[in-house]
Design a protein around this ligand. Structure first.
Ligand SMILES: *Cc1c(COP(=O)(O)O)cnc(C)c1O
Length: 395
């Protein structure tokens, strides 16, 4: 996409991930106090529609933890999505926007017993587990519930692996579903998560193959599963290219055709990041520019603690697209900056060697694209700097 900045003449190349309604020139004209996250709900709706076209057999259950703004939850719901939660708190957020708990999956595999009981009381009936202990807990506080077992899969193609913390070994999953039946629970399905921001399409095929083998073994026990849950991990665009949802959809659709002994009634996925990351831009101001031991530092009013936690978790692994409000951006020379946050802790630093105009100074704004996922949901008020406000543009 190209955008021409007023008064400059030359057409400038903006990063490909810039949302249509949130280009740097649009953002530069917004006079709200910073920091804030500017989101585009129409783009969120488009993501859900495109996902549904790419994976026609798969129903999206949006992962609430990724971005739980009520506007996003309402938009997902209006697109026909179900939801995935990790706690009673997330279920309550959904109830507040009118979502039926029966349409929600509780996919955290180690849950507080009180949350299970309250969720079941509200009408949620499907719970994930990956151990005997959790099955016994569910049978005790929510008898008769449907359970789906999370299996451990290869997540080495992702930026955030999850299979060390969660997931039963494939050979154990069969025993867990038999045990569920003995406990009076409904042996309902299987799930996995290939790791967040997964760029290897083969990860889904391998995981589906593993689920298919378990389903085949379970047939010998007289257990036929109703649900296969493909989890999350669908990538978003940051600095580097990732496979498109259509490419991932092709791999998944053919794996479902080829690798399962039968097609479960319900095939779902739990996308989070893919649905929202590219739909919002963080807008921050430069509090000060300083030279420290020969390095140029920019101090912003947003940092790792109050909105951009993932910059800390992925140091050097990916780059958020950056732009600034400066009229000479793209015209003057760019120099590498260390971009840090407002707190008195040095670990709120977000970017190293980030190219921005040599002219950057106090009061200029910095636009951080692809900031719609895992930003505000992580943010704290550390050191008295509250999380950014959220605004959604109308178009
Ligand atoms: C976080 C999470 C998701 C969403 O993951 P993304 O990588 O954002 O798509 C889905 N399911 C479960 C169980 C999760 O914990």
């Amino acid at each position: 996409m190209t955008a021409s900045l007023t008064g400059l003449g030359p057409i400038l190349e903006t990063p490909p991930t810039w949302p249509e309604g949130l280009t740097p020139e649009v953002l530069a004209a917004i006079e709200l106090p910073t920091p804030f996250l500017a989101g585009d709900l129409r783009m969120v709706a488009d993501r859900f529609q495109r996902f549904a076209r790419a994976l026609p057999r798969v129903r999206a259950h949006y992962a609430v933890k990724c971005n739980s703004a009520p506007e996003i939850l309402r938009t997902a719901s209006a697109q026909g999505a179900g939801f995935e939660v990790a706690s009673i708190g997330e279920l309550r957020m959904l109830q507040a926007v009118g979502v039926d708990p029966a349409d929600v999956l509780y996919s955290n595999t180690v849950k507080p017993a009180a949350h299970i009981a309250q969720a079941a009381e509200a009408g949620l009936w499907r719970f994930a587990a990956d151990s005997e202990g959790e099955l016994h807990k569910i049978a005790r506080v929510a008898p008769g519930s449907a359970v789906y077992i999370r299996i451990r899969v290869d997540d080495s193609g992702s930026v955030f692996p999850l299979s060390r913390k969660f997931g039963a070994e494939a050979h154990h999953a069969r025993a867990l579903l038999q045990e569920a039946k003995r406990l009076g629970l409904q042996p309902y399905g299987l799930t996995f998560h290939v790791g967040s921001q997964c760029a290897a399409t083969s990860a889904w095929r391998q995981a589906i193959a593993s689920a298919g083998r378990i389903m085949r073994n379970l047939q010998q026990d007289g257990i036929r599963l109703e649900m296969l849950d493909l989890g999350g991990g669908f990538p978003a665009r940051y600095g580097d290219a990732v496979p498109s949802i259509e490419q991932i959809g092709d791999v998944i659709e053919s794996a479902l055709d080829e690798l399962l002994p039968y097609e479960p009634l319900l095939i779902v996925a739990e996308p989070g990041r893919h649905m929202v990351a590219e739909t919002a831009v963080m807008v921050a101001s430069v509090l000060g520019r300083e030279e420290r031991a020969g390095e140029e530092w920019l101090y912003l009013d947003v940092g790792a603690y109050n909105g951009l936690m993932e910059t800390q978790q992925t140091v050097g692994q990916w780059r958020f697209p950056l732009w600034s409000s400066r009229a000479d951006h793209g015209v003057v020379e760019q120099v590498p900056y260390t971009v840090t946050g407002p707190s008195c802790d040095s670990s709120d630093t977000m970017f190293y060697g980030a190219p921005l105009p040599v002219t950057m100074s106090e009061g200029d704004r910095v636009f951080i694209a692809s900031a719609g996922a895992y930003t505000l949901s992580y943010a704290s008020s550390f050191n008295g700097f509250p999380p950014p406000a959220t605004y959604f543009i109308e178009r």
